[in-house]
Design a protein around this ligand. Structure first.
Ligand code: ZN
Ligand code: ZN
Ligand code: ZN
Length: 428
């Protein structure tokens, strides 16, 4: 496509916020341009012969009806960023490139958090996940109706963005219903399970879940907090797991941490897996131990608190000089520490580059950019790599770019130099 074939940028073009969904992105742009709700969504669905608006969350699972490439051109941002407002990538990784949107599970009507709308016009991508009924950040239920009981999902050609299409009430005025206790806990677990499976899942995840859950699932159906209808509806036998949502529901109801699907390539945790690093807060315990497969018949394991690795009972690497093992020379510990310091610097630099480029900071992207191996033990909490990324995520401005003339763009270049938490400082 030559430059002249490109679609024009909108007068005001807002890029996606981190974790924003496609409906919210379109509505924010409608509002910023003073257009009725759905103008932008219909504009890009017309290109492929559709007429789909924000009120159809099911269409935003993969977003294929919307010509996402056209939307990217209208907003002047990379296609990647637009695709990240849908569930296309995680679902394709789990179920293959020709995945059917029904693999998510059945999506309900449009749901929004009134507080998120009031604060930042934010409709998260996670609001379309079938079991997510609340905003875990604000701890309230997602609203499906205005205060007078009109469905938010109703759409009308001249409706204003973020207002009830029937009575005009702003969505931000809907009174939030707080949640707490066991229901909040189950919602947190649901959100966590979706996040872990979507971030780490691959083509063998469903098969693995059936195997892992097969052993546990009958035992724990009756957990008190799981009695809530939204969860209890999903009493599946592991062999019936076929959608992302049935997988998540079964993990949550069986109280199996979703990480188990990925960390236990071979045998389960057992007494043989204990952290043998004397300097580790979980020394001599198994709580932070994970299997790392086998080497020549001997199980390898690592500690996600201190990052030490073990082959059987032998320590094969550690970042603590006082690890107390005679298997490791101090020199090899110093080498590991030097390597870690280089990784942390590279990660901080990659975070700064990403922020300067206006990218959304995602840990997997940052590690790739920093050329840090994607080894699980490197994410151990005491090593500070994950913390570095989180600190930069908190300091990151929302990657919102208003349209401006090229001249104005030139004037703002380099105002960001030297920003960020503690510059290049490596956390100790
Ligand atoms: Zn919220
Ligand atoms: Zn209304
Ligand atoms: Zn440890």
């Amino acid at each position: 496509v030559s430059a002249s074939d490109r679609l024009p940028m909108l007068p005001v073009a807002l890029r996606p916020l981190p974790d924003e969904g496609l409906s919210g992105l379109c509505l924010r742009n409608d509002e910023a341009n003073g257009w009725p709700a759905d103008t932008l969504a219909r504009m890009v669905s017309h290109l492929s012969g559709g007429d789909i608006g924000f009120a159809s969350p099911g269409q935003t699972i993969l977003g294929t009806v919307f010509r996402l490439d056209a939307l990217a051109e209208h907003l002047g941002c990379p296609l990647d960023e637009i695709e990240a407002t849908t569930l296309m990538r995680p679902l394709r990784r789990l179920f293959g490139d020709d995945v059917d949107p029904r693999r998510l599970g059945s999506v309900g009507p449009l749901r929004v958090c009134p507080t998120c709308i009031a604060e930042s016009r934010f409709i998260g991508r996670e609001t379309i996940l079938p079991l997510v009924r609340s905003c875990v950040e604000h701890q309230n239920l997602l609203a499906v109706e205005c205060s007078r009981g009109h469905r938010l999902a109703r759409s009308r050609p001249d409706a204003e963005p973020f207002r009830c299409a029937t009575c005009g009430e702003p969505w931000s005025h809907i009174r939030p219903i707080q949640i707490s206790g066991p229901y909040l806990l189950s919602q947190r677990r649901v959100v966590h399970a979706y996040r872990v499976v979507m971030e780490r899942g691959g083509e063998d995840t469903v098969a693995r879940a059936r195997a892992v859950l097969g052993k546990n699932v009958a035992l724990r159906w009756s957990g008190a907090w799981a009695a809530h209808r939204h969860i209890a509806d999903y009493r599946l036998q592991p062999r019936y797991i076929y959608s992302l949502t049935s997988l998540v529901a079964t993990l949550v109801v069986a109280e199996v941490p979703p990480e188990r699907l990925f960390d236990e390539a071979s045998p389960p945790r057992g007494p043989s897996f204990i952290c043998r690093n004397r300097a580790c807060p979980t020394f001599d315990r198994s709580d932070s131990m994970h299997s790392n497969g086998r080497r020549a018949e001997t199980p390898e394991s690592y500690c996600d608190a201190c990052g030490s690795r073990f082959l059987g009972a032998r320590t094969i690497s550690s970042f603590d000089v006082g690890n107390g093992s005679s298997d490791l020379s101090p020199l090899s510990v110093y080498r590991a520490r030097a390597r870690l310091a280089r990784f942390r610097e590279a990660v901080a630099a990659a975070c700064r580059l990403s922020i300067d480029a206006g990218d959304v900071l995602r840990i997997a992207d940052v590690l790739e950019r920093a050329r840090v191996p994607r080894a699980a033990y490197l994410r151990a909490s005491r090593l500070g790599i994950a913390d570095t990324v989180h600190a930069w995520q908190r300091a990151s401005p929302h990657p919102v770019r208003r349209w401006r003339s090229p001249a104005a763009e030139a004037r703002v270049v380099s105002t960001k130099a030297g920003s960020g938490p503690g510059g290049d400082a490596v956390p100790r």
